[in-house]
Design a protein around this ligand. Structure first.
Ligand SMILES: [Cu+2]
Length: 80
């Protein structure tokens, strides 16, 4: 999370991968799945949280305080 954006934005990862979000901004952000299947909770400057994606699927997420911050994690069974 940097400059009020998820960087990098969309990710394509293999099932079982752990993704870590770290906040480089002075304001707090979250990474929250649209259906609230997962949520990092509020992360202040310098804080981070990790989510492990066990199952394949496409997960759109956003930041609760800044709904214009959006991205997607695509989890695939294997990377070809
Ligand atoms: Cu935010």
């Amino acid at each position: 999370m940097e400059d009020n954006a998820f960087q990098p934005g969309n990710l394509r990862i293999m099932a079982g991968t752990t993704v870590t979000w770290r906040n480089f901004d002075p304001v707090a952000h979250t990474a929250t799945e649209r259906g609230e299947e997962w949520d990092t909770g509020m992360l202040g400057e310098g804080e981070s949280a990790s989510i492990t994606f066990a199952e394949a699927g496409s997960y759109d997420y956003y930041c609760i305080p800044h709904p214009d911050m959006r991205a997607r994690v695509e989890v695939v069974p294997s990377l070809d």
